[in-house]
Design a protein around this ligand. Structure first.
Ligand code: PFF
Length: 469
């Protein structure tokens, strides 16, 4: 970020002229990609795809990215840039300027709540990745059978103390960066480490091609079989589109507030969506051939990548090296996403409660960490405890499952729905046109999407799922 850029002229009055702006379009893309690409792409996408039957689910997910995620991302960035503050204050500034209902700050509040809840379990999964660095580096994976690899994973899940240790380490890493408020070094790191992660995924895909089941994986991922698609699968695809793009919780709004006026919101948002989706699809192509070649279960659930990738690393040449590097890069990707989950909470505490950054980070980080313990216990001692099991669709869901379900499938789409209504119905069309500066047909396409398509689609999926059964 550079302090030398002049603040943009179109910002609402009262926006903080002292805030630095991203030095370039690239800097914004790197920061937004750092937030978007994370465990959602490499851990969650393959396992929800496996659980929901493959092709048809992938198609709905891709549709959700293009027709809902991208337009909402543009709306979030736009609102952030127009407001020129942190999300809660940007919304307040817009509300004041456009004389809107003050209740719109709720969009920022959803971000704060979702940040707490997501980071609590996100950090536990980040901890799994930390644990696998040691497992890969020590050569334990070399030549192991699928059963032995499965046992390594179930031993980890069955050990709350070890999980807590890695969760604590991961959360500590996130808090460290947020407390110091350092971002600039991080963006530079993203520009090197993200391509490295991409390259390693390509190497695993290369290995996966030699397993003889690549064709089957392609069919599984890209040949839609609609008989396998359920209404709840559609909800999961929609929720995952929000989760993977970091939408619905005002993160992109926060980043947008630093975007210089002359940068195209549409082009940058498209770049972030394409990179994010590319990483997820590559992860799918790396994992499913290994699943089929080893007779594993595609619907194995959250452990899927930890039961498949280690097999590949155990068999390929220089597997210990590649495996170690891969999990280090996965931690890095998760780390940059984790930072973007904690940052809005800390900003909110600073601005609204007048707390200093270190105290805010320690306080918020501690609450997330403590909540994470419930997710850790859901994997072992509390694995049969389904607190809301009496509600049909939540049957059998542990606390960890509930946190994931409630945030990705309810809170984030709800946040996105509100953003769409704000941009499509409440803020002035002229302001939108000014910010986006698209050609007339493209602008109209975007406007119709946020005004009608997104609210109707999100609303319909909600109604079907929550009230339909
Ligand atoms: N997009 C991140 C991932 O795919 O791992 C997760 C995430 C980060 C969700 C930040 C929401 C968010 F605000």
């Amino acid at each position: 970020m550079s302090e030398s850029n002049a603040p943009y002229s179109g910002a609402l009055e009262g926006s903080n002229a002292k805030r630095g702006l991203w030095s370039s379009r690239l800097a914004f893309i790197l920061a937004a990609t750092g937030s978007a690409v994370g465990l959602g792409n490499i851990w969650k996408f393959p396992y929800v795809t496996g659980e929901n039957g493959g092709g048809a689910f992938v198609l709905v997910y891709l549709l959700c990215i293009a027709a809902i995620g991208l337009p909402i991302m543009m709306a979030e960035v736009l609102i952030g840039r127009r407001g020129g503050h942190s999300p809660v204050n940007s919304l307040k500034a817009i509300v004041r300027h456009d004389k809107l209902n003050p209740a719109w700050w709720i969009v920022g509040a959803i971000g704060v709540v979702a940040g707490f809840l997501i980071l609590s379990f996100y950090s536990v999964i980040g901890g799994w990745a930390v644990s696998y660095v040691g497992t890969a580096a020590s050569g334990q994976l070399t030549g192991q059978s699928a059963d032995a690899i499965g046992t390594i994973f179930s031993d980890l899940l069955g050990d709350p103390a070890t999980l807590l240790m890695w969760h604590t380490l991961f959360m500590g890493l996130v808090m460290l960066v947020v407390a110091k408020g350092v971002r600039s070094g991080l963006e530079r790191a993203v520009s090197i480490l993200m391509p490295a992660l991409f390259l390693l995924l390509l190497i695993v895909v290369g290995y996966a091609m030699t397993t003889g089941e690549f064709g089957r994986a392609m069919t599984f991922l890209f040949q839609p079989d609609f008989s396998k698609l359920t209404t709840s699968g559609i909800l999961v695809a929609l929720g995952h589109a929000f989760f993977t793009l970091s939408l619905g919780m005002a993160v992109m709004m926060a980043y947008g507030s630093y975007l210089p006026k002359n940068v195209s919101i549409a082009k940058t948002s498209i770049a972030v969506c394409v990179i994010d989706t590319g990483v997820a699809l590559l992860a799918g192509l790396a994992i499913f051939p290994i699943v089929f070649a080893n007779g594993l279960e595609p619907g194995a659930g959250p452990g899927l990548i930890f039961q498949t990738l280690p097999l590949a690393f155990g068999q390929m040449p220089m597997g210990s090296l590649f495996g170690t590097l891969f999990f280090v890069l996965l931690i890095f990707a998760a780390w940059t996403s984790g930072i973007s989950l904690l940052e809005p909470i800390v900003e909110w505490l600073e601005e609204q409660k007048g707390m200093n950054r270190t105290i805010s980070t320690l306080g918020a980080g501690f609450v997330c960490w403590a909540l994470g313990i419930a997710s850790i216990l859901s994997l072992n001692l509390w694995s049969d405890f389904a607190p809301l099991g009496w509600i049909g669709m939540l049957e059998g869901k542990t606390i960890f499952d509930l946190l994931d379900f409630f945030t990705a499938n309810i809170l984030l789409p709800l946040g996105g729905l509100l953003v769409a209504i704000l941009a499509g119905w409440v803020m002035s069309r002229k302001a939108m046109e000014e910010e986006l500066s698209l050609s007339e047909p493209m602008f109209r396409l975007w406007y119709v999407t946020v005004r009608y398509i997104t609210p109707v689609a999100v609303g319909a999926v909600f109604v079907y799922n929550l009230f339909g059964s």
